[in-house]
Each structure stands twice: as structure tokens, then as C-alpha cells.
Design a protein around this ligand. Structure first.
Ligand SMILES: *[C@@H]1O[C@H](CO)[C@@H](O)[C@H](O)[C@H]1NC(C)=O
Ligand SMILES: *[C@@H]1O[C@H](CO)[C@@H](O)[C@H](O)[C@H]1NC(C)=O
Length: 450
């Protein structure tokens, strides 16, 4: 049995009444980021589902965030539909590059083994970088306009015996059989599910990470840094921060960053300036990137992640993506985990034909996705420590580092996501007593319904 049943109390009495309930399952998705849009793109193909996405911002704006999607992200998109994968490819790359293998190269930029390549992360054919804004654009094209509203910031969630009532800050309301919160790291859905005072509700920056970052044109970057780093995705490691570049917008812009651990923030959270003088013992290539970033750090941000939530749902309300498991960006798998959530939920809802099956679907989702996505949160923290030369002398032993990254890549990148979907479905089917063949819950003729 699943932990939290929805509050549905409607008795199943006569066949007539049941037939009357054969209306569509109404799903409110709160949050139109990568997770919410990808799920919407899958749900729109299901005849028995009626969904609506409520996004808090009036329109998407390009904050210059770059993504280098790993193989598991691409596999998850493919499971939702080839058109979802295609939305990514058409935004992320020039034609004809789909067969080229790409990876994030992790290289030591400090110490006796300077220059050594210790990992190739997220190796995949057709892997390319994409700006978050471009990917959102691509996914948005897959969702019918009438099924998404902007400027809807979540204010209140109430459960009742006929579903979920959602109130937005603008005073408007929505009602649905269930709600899926994909409302990001500062999720109000998370606060509803865990409680506002739960220790895991608020994101935390345990290790004092600050990501100093700049956005420049690739042309400008080529004048200041080794041009090689305007075409690939390197992570250059050292004890006072790791340095990273990501080409964006089909190679016309570059996001360059220095991620520093253990930053001494001011009492009001003031961020100290990035001082290139501190990087004099790093490789020349790394130093040049630091100097480029220090010119203009206005695109910087303070990283945080979530401690483990004990559950990803309560009643008919679930959370997904960064709302459920925001992670540090260091393992390059945050968006991938959001897409895996979407793939599993999309698959489960293909068989949810009655409102009283929603609890079983959320329970199966929670059991399948929570352990794996939380392991990725832990893994990303560990990546950060290793990148910062802060994990038991690992940087002194590149072989050990290679083994670690190889194992980690196996866990994130090479996961069998078809199997993950199948496992979730098996849990769902056993919870609802086997009626998961899309028979819309009506017993065959002649069978007594009790
Ligand atoms: C999209 O929204 C319309 C209007 O609310 C609704 O009738 C329709 O079922 C929705 N489509 C899907 C695929 O959910
Ligand atoms: C679903 O349908 C398949 C094929 O018709 C059948 O083998 C399977 O037993 C059914 N599963 C359930 C849970 O009814």
C-alpha cells in the first residue's frame, strides 16, 4: 500500500456513476521549466489526460545558463517522445553533428599532474551544449498554447475530497485531480509536501559555493583565452576553484565560470570579488579564463542544493525536478534528473485512468525516482569536493580520480531508463491490483463491483 492516499472519497456504486467518472484525469503542473514542459509534451499525447501548466514568470528570459546534457538526459527525452529529443537537437546543434561523440573534459590545472585528463563526462553521440533559454523555447513549441499560462505564481495549495485547489498570487484559482510541482529550487510545493519548517525544505549551501560567471561573445573570448576552450566543455581543477567554459547559442556565445568552495560571504551575504592573483599557480590556460571572468562577474550566482526529502509527494500533490532534488551543478546531471522524473511520470500517467489511482502512481514515482535522484545530489556534492582538491588526497592520484569519475559516469550516464520506467509501472500495477491496462477502471460485463 502506498504511504499517502489522495483524499478521494467518491463511492463506486453503480456502473452509471462510474461511467460518469470516465472523464479525463486533470493534472495541474505548476512550473513551466524543463521538467514541467517535458512532462507536458508527453501528457499532451494521452487522450485520457487533461493538463495545464502554470508558470510563474510573465515570459522566459535568458539568464545565460548553459547546459551540457548527458546521455541519460537524451535517453529520457527519447522515452517521452522522439519529438522531445528533436526539440533539443534542433536548438543545440548545427545539422549533421548528431553522430559526433562529445564529452566534458575534466583536466588538472594545478599541482604536479597539471594537464592530465582525469575524466570525460557525459560522453554521448550528438551531445552538444544548449542554453537553458533555447531548450525551453524548443520544449514550449511542443505544448499547445491553450495548455500553459504565464504569470501564475503559486500561493496556496488545498486538498479536498475531490482533488486539489490551487490559488495563485494574482487571486485566480485552478482545480485539478492532482498537482505536480515543478517550481524549482525555492519550491512552494516542496514546502507544502514537507512542511515549511522541515529541515530539508529550504535549499542550503553547505560548502559555501560561489559561481563567478561571465557571458561574452565567442569572438571576444577567442581574443582573451585559448580558442580551444570556446569549442569544448572543459573543467579545469585546482584547490581554489574549478574553471569551466560552455559554448552556447550554437557557438556564438560563451559562458565562462570559476566555482569557488568555502567562500567567506559577508554578514549580509556579500560576495567577495574574484581575484585573479589567487590563481597564479594554475595553468596558463586556466589563469586566462579566470582573468576573463573577473572582468565582469555580473552573471554570477550562489549555488545551493537540497538535503534529502523523505518523500516526493503527499496526497495528490507531487514534486519533480529541482523542486524535489536541486543539486549542485558539478555533476552536470540536474536537468537530466528532471527529465528522468518527467519520463517516469509520463509513463505512469499513461495508465492512470481514474482519480483514485493517482496515489499509487505518485507512490511508484517516489519509490523509483527518489533514491536515484538523491544519490545524484550526493554525487554532485562529492564532485565539487574532488574538483576543489578537498577529497582525501584524490588529486594526488589521477588513477583514483579516473576510477571515481568512471564509476560515477556509469551511474548517471549509462543508466537503463527503459528499465526505470518499467520498474515504476510494475509498482503501480501491483498497488492498484493489476488493473493497469488502460481499461479505464470499468470491470468487464458481468463482474460484480464492490
Ligand atoms: C488543453 O487545454 C484545453 C482547454 O483547457 C483542454 O480542453 C484540453 O484537454 C487540454 N489538452 C490536453 C492535451 O490536456
Ligand atoms: C495487460 O494486458 C496484457 C496483454 O493483453 C496481459 O498479458 C497482462 O496480463 C495485462 N495486465 C494486467 C495487469 O491486467
Amino acid at each position: 500500500m502506498y504511504k499517502y492516499a489522495c483524499l478521494y472519497t467518491k463511492p463506486k456504486s453503480t456502473r452509471e456513476e462510474m461511467a460518469d467518472q470516465q472523464r479525463k484525469i486533470k493534472i495541474a503542473i505548476v512550473g513551466g521549466g524543463i521538467a514541467g514542459l517535458a512532462l507536458g509534451a508527453g501528457l499532451k499525447k494521452k487522450e485520457h489526460i487533461d493538463f495545464h501548466i502554470y508558470e510563474s514568470v510573465p515570459a522566459y528570459k535568458d539568464v545565460g545558463a548553459g547546459l551540457a546534457l548527458h546521455m541519460n538526459a537524451i535517453k529520457a527525452m527519447t522515452l517521452i517522445g522522439p519529438e522531445v529529443r528533436q526539440a533539443y537537437f534542433s536548438k543545440a546543434m548545427e545539422m549533421g553533428e548528431e553522430d559526433k561523440e562529445m564529452s566534458t573534459e575534466v583536466i588538472l590545472a594545478h599541482g604536479p599532474n597539471q594537464g592530465e585528463l582525469v575524466a570525460e563526462l557525459g560522453k554521448a553521440k550528438g551531445r552538444k551544449t544548449v542554453s537553458r533559454a533555447d531548450l525551453l523555447d524548443g520544449l514550449l513549441e511542443l505544448v499547445p498554447k491553450e495548455n500553459i499560462s504565464f504569470n501564475k505564481r503559486l500561493e496556496k495549495i488545498e486538498e479536498s475530497n475531490d482533488g486539489v485547489r490551487i490559488t495563485f498570487k494574482d487571486g485566480s484559482e485552478a482545480h485539478a485531480d492532482c498537482m505536480i510541482g515543478a517550481d524549482g529550487i525555492h519550491s512552494a510545493t516542496r514546502s507544502f509536501i514537507l512542511g515549511p519548517d522541515h529541515p530539508a525544505t529550504e535549499p542550503k549551501n553547505h560548502d559555501g559555493w560561489q559561481i563567478y560567471r561571465t557571458m561574452v561573445t565567442s569572438e571576444f573570448a577567442r581574443e582573451h583565452i585559448n580558442p580551444k576552450w570556446t569549442r569544448t566543455v572543459p573543467i579545469l581543477l585546482g584547490p581554489r576553484g574549478h574553471i569551466n567554459t560552455i559554448p552556447l547559442n550554437k557557438g556564438t556565445r560563451l559562458s565562462a565560470g570559476v566555482a569557488v568552495r568555502g567562500v567567506k560571504f559577508g554578514t549580509k551575504g556579500e560576495v567577495p570579488d574574484l581575484d585573479p592573483e589567487m590563481y597564479k599557480d594554475y595553468s596558463e590556460d586556466a589563469q586566462r579564463i579566470v582573468r576573463l571572468v573577473a572582468r565582469d562577474t555580473s552573471a554570477s550566482w550562489t549555488a545551493a542544493d537540497h538535503d534529502h526529502a523523505p518523500t516526493y509527494y503527499k496526497g495528490c500533490v507531487a514534486m519533480m525536478g529541482d523542486a524535489a532534488h536541486a543539486s549542485m551543478p558539478f555533476a552536470g546531471n540536474g536537468a537530466a534528473q528532471a527529465l528522468e522524473d518527467a519520463a517516469v511520470l509520463d509513463h505512469l500517467f499513461s495508465k492512470v485512468t481514474e482519480p483514485d489511482q493517482i496515489g499509487a502512481a505518485f507512490s511508484a514515482y517516489d519509490a523509483t525516482r527518489r533514491p536515484r535522484s538523491q544519490a545524484v545530489v550526493d554525487l554532485a556534492r562529492k564532485f565539487g569536493r574532488i574538483y576543489a582538491y578537498a577529497e582525501d588526497g584524490m588529486h594526488e592520484d589521477p588513477t583514483k580520480m579516473k576510477q571515481f569519475f568512471g564509476g560515477a559516469a556509469g551511474f548517471t550516464n549509462n543508466a537503463d531508463l527503459q528499465r526505470q520506467n518499467d520498474d515504476a509501472m510494475k509498482l503501480f500495477e501491483s498497488a492498484i491490483g493489476g488493473d493497469a491496462n488502460g481499461t479505464n477502471g470499468l470491470a468487464p460485463e458481468g463482474v460484480e463491483v464492490v
